[in-house]
Ligand binder design. Structure first.
Ligand SMILES: *Cc1c(COP(=O)(O)O)cnc(C)c1O
Length: 404
């Protein structure tokens, strides 16, 4: 997945442009910047690459989620349906706007189960937030139909799925808004950064204002800008945008390598008897950043994780035990360990929803392993890794069958 693996001359050139002008801020200083507008250029590049009308760069993927929610009008008391398997940023962003995260079960797509979403809808539900985890996608047709039927907003968290598509459209461009993360380990990186994508002009305008203290950006003089709304500072710097500009232009190169290496691992592991794979709603659109698969039981999954480690195979993630990506380990959220005090109703509802049991999600995540695809493997290295993984998996599954 990570674009940082191929950081090179193109990225350095874009950063050097900014260093030479000395203007590190994305707004203002028109005369001094030698015509250099890296953040604006990157926003235009995002629009043309992904086919969206508008893009707003911000300082992180988490800030992108927060900004998108504010711009969509999600706020105090609103419920936002999100999956149990995601990154903590999902609930952080929901909490930050005064809303209530409502985690619901996933299915073998590793993101929202549409049936679970429909069951979780209440009169307070305002939005559904699928998270396109690990380079692949949610069942967007089904989720969109639910949102249309119940008049809910669809906010796509595509932070981990930049360049993946669903039925020919890029993830992040299908809902009312979508978000990218450009942090250091994502498919493309700025170092730190994020973006909101939307086809709705009024949503974009609010993102543009909110992420820069409410500035309306109508004139040339920042001091004379009006502030139609109260905003915040989630600005990206020109230095970060410069890195992203080089990386987004290389996305095609990264995806080709990633899909190629992913196919080598998959073509070997698909022959392992007893192993099953993540359901991909549109296989052609998978970015290939991870290969996610299921062992028949939790015990076998744990044995496989140990076997991979013993064989020196890094980059295999067992999310069920991970502190950051699955609800089972979010005790800080479930126990109400907030640094700032929430308002009473929010606190009550958050504790209520996050302390539910999720046996369906547990049964899926406890058997799941995701294997990260590197961009820098040679074909021989990818094949060697695939063979070693297959050997571990065959041994674990055959051993368990023999013992049963
Ligand atoms: C990385 C990530 C985020 C947050 O992005 P940051 O840029 O690290 O703030 C949000 N959601 C998902 C699914 C992510 O993987």
């Amino acid at each position: 997945m990570p674009g940082y693996e191929l950081f090179g001359a193109q990225e350095r050139k874009e950063v050097n442009d900014v260093l030479e002008s000395g203007i590190l801020m994305r707004y203002g200083f028109d005369g001094a910047r030698n015509g250099m507008w890296k953040a604006k250029e990157l926003e235009q590049e995002i629009c043309s690459t992904f086919g969206t009308s508008h893009a707003q760069l911000v300082s992180s993927g988490t800030a992108a989620l927060t900004t998108a929610m504010v711009a969509l009008g999600i706020g105090a008391g609103d419920e936002v349906i999100m999956p149990t398997f995601t990154f903590v940023a999902s609930f952080e962003a929901v909490l930050s706007v005064g809303a209530i995260p409502v985690p619901v079960d996933i299915d073998e797509t590793l993101t929202l189960d549409p049936k679970a979403v429909e069951q979780a809808i209440t009169p307070r539900t305002k939005a559904v937030m699928p998270v396109h985890m690990c380079g692949s996608m949610a069942q967007l047709d089904e989720l969109k139909a639910i949102c249309d039927k119940h008049k809910l907003l669809l906010l796509e968290d595509a932070c981990q799925a930049i360049g993946a598509t669903y039925k020919g459209k890029y993830l992040g461009t299908i809902g009312d808004a979508g978000t990218f993360s450009l942090d250091f380990v994502k498919i493309i990186t700025c170092g730190e950064g994020g973006a909101v994508l939307t086809n709705k002009k009024e949503v974009y305008e609010k993102c543009d204002q909110y992420s820069d203290h409410g500035h309306d950006h109508m004139g040339k003089d920042r001091g004379a800008d009006l502030h139609p709304y109260v905003g915040y500072n989630f600005r990206i710097s020109e230095l970060h945008a410069a890195v992203g500009l080089a990386q987004v232009r290389r996305l095609g190169e990264f995806l080709t390598l990633q899909k190629h290496n992913h196919a080598i691992i998959y073509d070997t592991l698909k022959n392992v008897e007893g192993l099953t794979f993540r359901v991909i709603p549109d296989p052609a659109g998978d970015a290939g950043s991870f290969l996610s698969f299921f062992l028949p039981t939790e015990e076998m999954a744990r044995d496989a994780v140990a076997g991979f480690a013993a064989a020196g195979l890094g980059g295999n993630f067992y999310w069920y035990d991970n502190n950051w990506h699955y609800i089972r380990k979010w005790q800080h959220l479930q126990s109400g360990s907030w640094m700032n005090r929430l308002y009473d109703e929010q606190k009550k509802q958050v504790l209520h929803y996050t302390n539910q049991a999720f046996p369906v999600s547990d049964a899926i995540m406890s058997r799941c392993i995701s294997s990260l695809t590197s961009l820098v493997w040679t074909e021989a290295q990818a094949q060697e890794r695939a063979d070693k993984m297959a050997a571990v998996l065959n041994k674990v599954i055959k051993g368990a069958m023999a013992g049963a």
